[in-house]
Structures are given as C-alpha cells and as structure tokens.
Design a protein around this ligand. Structure first.
Ligand SMILES: Nc1ncnc2c1ncn2[C@@H]1O[C@H](COP(=O)(O)OP(=O)(O)OP(=O)(O)O)[C@@H](O)[C@H]1O
Ligand SMILES: [Mg+2]
Length: 445
C-alpha cells in the first residue's frame, strides 16, 4: 500500500490513539485527533483517505461529526469505532454513510482487513470516475466522421468557436449528430476538465423543469425533502447542454433567458442569488424560426442562444459520407462484439446509398449495429438488409413502364442475392431461361 495513504484517527483516549498509531504507522501516514474540533481542523487542512472515528467524543456526537466530515469531503471513507453498548449508534452511522464499524477492544487483523477493503473501494471509485471522465474526453472529434464539404466546414467551425464563451445553437434533424457536436465543443474548450451537463428538455416534465435546472431548497415544495442542486450549479465552470430546447415551455424559456443574460439564478424556494460561469450549448430538431412565428418560442431567447449557429445537414444531403460512416460503424461494432469487422457487398452498399435515411446517422448506426450481430457471413448482402432501407428508390412519380422495369430490376437482384449469385438457381426461381436472365442482367445493369 502506498505510504502516501493517510488515515486520521479520532479518539479521546490516548491509549486507543497510540495503539492505532502503532498498528498503522508502517503502512500509512497517520494523523491523530483527540476531539471533534481537532478532527475537522486536520481534515480541512490535510488530504485524508480514511478516518477511524470514535463514536463517543467529549465535544461532539460521533454521528454528527460524521455528517460534518462528509460535508467537507464525502469521498473519504469513515470507519466508526465503538463500544459494545453503542452498536445501535454505529448502525445509524452506517446509514449516514460510514463504511463500517469496529468494536472496542478490537482485533488488529480485523481492523486492518476492514481498512484495506475501505481503501480498495475508495481507489476503485476514484478509478471509475477517472475512466469515466477519460471516456467522455476521448477525443470525440475522432469519433465524428465526415468528409463532405458541409461537414468539413462544421468541423472547422467547432474548432474556431470552442474556446469562446458565447452560446451555441445546434439545429438539425433527429440523428444528425447534434449531441456529438455539443460534446466536441466542450471537449475542445478550456472547460474540458469541468462538467458537461445535459438538460434533456424533452424528457423532463415541465412541472419539475425549474427545479431540474435551478435546484431547490429543502421544503421549497411538498416532497422537497433535501436541498437539491440544479444542473446549472452542477455545471459551474463547465458546459450546459440544453437538448431539445424547442420543447421547453414558454414560462421556463423566460426564466432561462434571465439566467443566461445575468449569469445568475436562484434555487426554487430560495432568495439567495447564485452566480454561475457556464457555457450554454442548445440543440433543436425543429426550426426555431418557425416556432417563433407560431409564438411557441421566445425570440429574445433565440437570439441569446444563437450567438454561434450550427446547422447540421440531414444525411440525405451528404450521401458521399455514407461509405465512411458505414466503415466507421462496422469497426465500432466489431470492437464491441469482438468479431472481425464485416463488409458490404457492392449492391448492398448501393442500396444504402439510394436510401434517404429519415432517421439520419442514428438510423444508419442502428442498422450497422444490428447487421454486425445478426449477419452470418462476413460480407453483408442486399438480402440481409431490411426492406424499408432497400425500397426507397421510390417507385412513385414514374411512368408505369419505368416502374415495372424498376421493380423487375430489383426483384431479379434480390433473387440473385438470395442464392448467392447462382444464376442457374435464380433463373429457376424466376421461372425464366438462364439465357433470358443473362440478357436481363446485361440490359439492366
Ligand atoms: N458524423 C458522425 N460520425 C460518427 N457518428 C455519428 C456522426 N453523427 C452522428 N453520429 C452518431 O449517431 C448517433 C446520433 O447522434 P446524436 O445523438 O448526436 O444525434 P442528435 O442530432 O442529437 O439526435 P436527436 O435530435 O434525435 O437527439 C450517435 O450514436 C452518434 O454517435
Ligand atoms: Mg440528441
């Protein structure tokens, strides 16, 4: 164990402090406090990983001290030290967040085991938090692919505006990558080590929206048992992503506008004004201009948010990115499934190119995810792809003759795919002579 790990022993009996010190000093830095006041003082001034805390102290009740210490830093593990007749209090302490309790007189090995376990838990939590933040930060720009001119211009724009503080408004159809862009902006900014907090306007009922954004004080309304921090407070120094801002009700739009303008707000049920330093990034999958003209969105809020506008084109307007996205997702899902990456037959890929993708990149991603799992062979064929994706080369607004010819072409293709290109089998299924099929193939393709 790292000698740097620090344990604070809080006990009013000198004998107990000394015996803990004896047992621990080889492995840990040991700090000693004889009462609550000293404990808090030492805890504030020193990094402490674990506290051994006597329940009976001269100046403060152990459980109360536990709460105080947890308020200073909730991540420090606390083990209560108790006499047999105080076990009920120890149990209460555990409910309040203590890790464990040991009973005096204690067995050295037992205490050391508990300490090791508590420190292990602490280091695991630290590691998870670290990995989580690394995962978030893992350059999302590289996760965002695109070489279409429109996308290259957007990547450039993201780089340019990342370091500013002005609000960003990302507009685009569902699944075009708005959230990805918002994260990219945050992760490329000076705020990248601070929180990126999502307010999902569409998913939160409007009745709790105010408390969700601004937080509330204990007792602010029925059911407000605890003081709860709002997303703005949590995001302080970082970025707030207001997703689906178009669904925010008009009343909340006004309150949000004030927070953005003044960079301050009040928790629900409180008069105290909190200052915040956050960057606002908002997203909408509907045209806000249209909503403004319908009186559903505040113009002033729109202008506040639209300092840096980003418009993500639908996938149908950047079809040249489809092969790139397909390969990207094939790789992503091969890593996830642990199988070798699959590929698409030319015809299958052509079908993806012809499709209009109303669900945009998300729809494409979902298809590749599904195919990566269910397609049995390494090369995905046209017949592996479900029909909506294939039938979008619309047989509409066509002369009957052209529509029939289009249908024949597709049908022949499908049958051929279904027999892995075996022309003899295909001709049998189609009920035509093999030579006629060859003729058709030459004429159609
Ligand atoms: N250019 C891109 N490169 C790689 N993956 C992308 C790209 N654009 C979108 N994606 C992926 O597509 C999925 C949908 O993207 P995202 O969630 O950002 O869309 P959205 O615009 O926020 O959609 P919605 O309006 O429905 O919330 C995500 O899994 C995202 O990683
Ligand atoms: Mg989204």
């Amino acid at each position: 164990m790292n000698k740097k790990t620090t344990i604070l022993v809080v006990d009013d009996e000198r004998g107990v402090r000394q015996s803990f010190n004896m047992v621990l000093k080889d492995e840990y830095n040991v700090l000693l406090a004889k009462n609550g006041e000293q404990a808090v003082d030492i805890f504030i001034k020193n990094p402490v990983d674990l506290i051994l805390l006597d329940i009976l102290l001269p100046d403060i009740d152990g459980v109360e001290l536990l709460q105080k210490l947890k308020e200073v830093d909730a991540s420090t593990e606390i083990i209560m030290v108790t006499a047999v007749n105080e076990i009920q209090t120890a149990v209460k302490a555990i409910k309040m967040g203590a890790y464990e309790y040991v009973i005096k007189p204690f067995d050295v090995d037992d205490v050391l085991t508990i300490i090791h376990r508590a420190l292990e838990k602490r280091s695991l939590i630290k590691e998870v938090n670290y990995l989580r933040s690394e995962l978030e930060r893992f350059n999302p720009f590289e996760k965002m692919v695109g070489k279409d001119k429109k996308m290259l211009a957007i990547f450039e724009l993201i780089s340019t505006i990342s370091d500013g503080d002005g609000a960003v408004l990302i507009q685009g159809e569902t699944g075009t990558g708005k959230e990805l862009v918002a994260r990219a902006i945050h992760n490329r900014s000076a705020r990248k080590n601070q929180p990126f907090v999502v307010v999902n306007c569409a998913a939160i009922p409007s009745t709790v929206m105010e408390s969700e954004i601004f937080g509330h004080n204990k007792g602010a309304f029925t059911g407000a048992i605890h003081t709860t921090l709002g997303k703005l407070e949590i995001a302080n120094k970082g970025t707030v992503f207001l997703d689906d801002i178009n669904t925010l009700d008009i009343n909340m739009q006004g309150k949000l506008l004030r927070a953005i303008q003044e960079k301050e707000f009040e928790r629900v049920g409180s008069n105290k004004v909190f200052k915040v330093d956050v960057r606002f990034v908002a997203a909408s999958n509907r045209s806000l201009n249209k909503l403004i003209s319908q009186g559903e969105f505040r113009k002033d809020l729109f202008y506040r948010l639209n300092v840096f506008p980003i418009k993500l084109p639908p996938l149908v307007d950047r079809k040249s990115d489809i092969p790139l996205l397909v390969n990207h997702f094939l790789e992503v899902y091969s890593k996830k499934t642990g199988k070798a990456p699959k590929s698409f037959s030319k015809r299958a890929l052509n079908a993806l190119m012809r499709y209009d993708w109303p669900g945009n990149v998300r729809e494409l991603e979902n298809l590749i995810e599904r195919l990566s799992t269910v397609a049995k062979k390494p090369v995905i064929q046209l017949h592996d792809i479900s029909s909506p994706t294939r039938s979008t080369e619309k047989i509409k607004d066509m002369k009957l003759k052209d529509a029939v010819s289009e249908f024949k072409k597709r049908y022949v293709c499908e049958v051929l795919e279904s027999v892995d290109g075996n022309r003899k089998r295909a001709a049998e299924i189609l009920g035509i002579h093999r030579n006629t099929l060859l003729g058709k193939l030459n004429e159609e393709f």
